[in-house]
Design a protein around this ligand. Structure first.
Ligand code: PA5
Length: 408
């Protein structure tokens, strides 16, 4: 694998890691066995059908031809994978603007989105596996009449609505069939937070101009990487073992400004997969160097119940050299790397365990590797913790309470 993960700085004895490799390998075998529920994502990049990929790319081309704006209605796993990739990755093809909607109940954001739809040629893409998420119903039911008014009739609006749904289940599925929306499928055995490499993530990414073939190529190479038989599971093992040392918070620190939403995606992946039965690391994210000037104080001298995982890009796309002053002749990346080394020295100097994840380049291929690596790591840590990585009963609890309050 090209992604480099260093766990030595976490202070866990090598023999403790080696002792757990057999158990981690068993967890990996279970993921690959095909017998475990909701593990369709494990082999999906290997068996990706050429026809399905063509279909996604064709739908994306039609959207780019016919619209300036794609409004994607989705929340949680039905939006974060696409949003994070669109923030992070270079656009290699001409794309349409993608706006995400249905991610909150903010009236001002509703108003801004409605205004933008009125002004721009728009296509709506609604992504929901269950079809009964309140945020999504509210957003879709608000936007349908706006589209109808803009395009003259319900039939004309329906031509500009695309849904991404489960193959069989959910209210959105039934509505799709009734109204003849263009439809793409999230396989039934892939849950929301593991769906970034299904049409839920791939369609908005392709519309924005990201090279999704390369993304899937990276994920496939990571799935088949020989490192899984060697040290590929060590970060997962360490994340499990850190909890026994009382360090129950993992602060994931992004040293590239385009990785902020990757942090949001990781928080969902780790938090929903691992936080149950009183178990799990609490995932937090920061962006460096920005947050060193705020949260840096807490990290250096506050309560030490956390460890850090620093995520950085080795080879940035461009070089910027400082033209004058004390720093004359130094590149911005040299400063970034000096900042990272300084952070590691200062934090390890007071006993904080620090892991590192190095992405060689911020392109679709390496990003695909990273997503697959993080999904697998997360599932293995959860299994070592003794919890099911693929359910989220805690999320359902608030939804039920909210429906009760609304009398639904
Ligand atoms: O990971 C998950 O399962 C959740 O975050 C869901 O993706 C989120 O609640 C949205 O659900 P749905 O796609 O069913 O609307």
């Amino acid at each position: 694998m090209d992604i480099k993960v260093k766990t030595e700085g976490l202070g866990i004895e090598k023999e403790n890691i080696l002792e757990m490799r057999a158990e981690a390998s068993k967890a990996l075998d279970r993921l690959w066995s095909g017998n475990q529920d909701m593990t369709g994502w494990v082999q999906a990049p290997i068996h990706q059908s050429a026809e399905e990929l063509e279909y996604i790319l064709n739908v994306a081309d039609v959207i780019k031809e016919e619209a300036q704006l794609l409004v994607v209605v989705g929340i949680g796993g039905s939006y974060l994978g696409a949003k994070a990739a669109i923030e992070a990755l270079p656009k290699v093809e001409r794309g349409a603007h993608v706006r995400f909607f249905g991610t909150n109940f903010c009236t001002d954001y509703y108003r801004e989105t409605i205004e933008e739809i009125k002004q721009k040629n728009t296509i709506l893409c609604v992504i929901s596996k269950s079809g009964n998420t309140t945020e999504i119903k509210a957003a879709f039911d608000t936007l349908k009449p706006i589209m109808e008014e803009k395009y003259g009739s319900r039939e004309a609006a329906n031509q500009r609505i695309i849904t991404v749904t489960d193959a069989e289940k959910g209210g959105l599925r039934a509505e799709t069939e009734k109204n003849g929306y263009t439809n793409l499928i999230i396989p039934s055995d892939i849950g929301g937070r593991y769906s970034a490499l299904t049409p839920a993530g791939l369609l908005p990414m392709a519309v924005s101009g990201i090279d999704i073939r390369e993304l899937l190529h990276g994920a496939k190479d990571m799935a088949l990487s020989a490192s899984w038989d060697d040290d590929g599971t060590d970060y997962a093992i360490c994340r499990h073992l850190m909890q026994e040392t009382g360090r129950v918070i993992e602060i994931i620190e992004m040293c590239h400004s385009r990785l902020g939403y990757l942090g949001e995606w990781i928080k969902q992946l780790y938090g929903e997969s691992e936080g149950k039965n009183g178990q799990g690391l609490f995932p937090a994210t920061l962006t460096f160097s920005t947050d060193l000037h705020s949260m840096g104080q807490y990290i250096q001298q506050g309560r030490q119940n956390f460890f850090e995982t620093i995520v950085s890009v080795d080879d940035p796309e461009y070089t910027v050299t400082i033209p004058e002053g004390d720093l004359k002749g130094k590149t911005i990346d040299e400063l970034n790397k000096a900042m990272i080394e300084g952070v590691i020295n200062a934090h390890r100097g007071v006993g904080i365990p620090v892991a590192e994840i190095h992405i060689p380049k911020l392109d679709a291929y390496h990003y695909g590797q990273l997503l697959y690596y993080l999904e697998t790591t997360c599932a293995i840590t959860a299994m070592l913790d003794g919890v099911n990585p693929f359910d989220q009963p805690g999320v359902e609890a608030y939804k039920a309470e909210m429906r009760k309050i609304l009398g639904l």
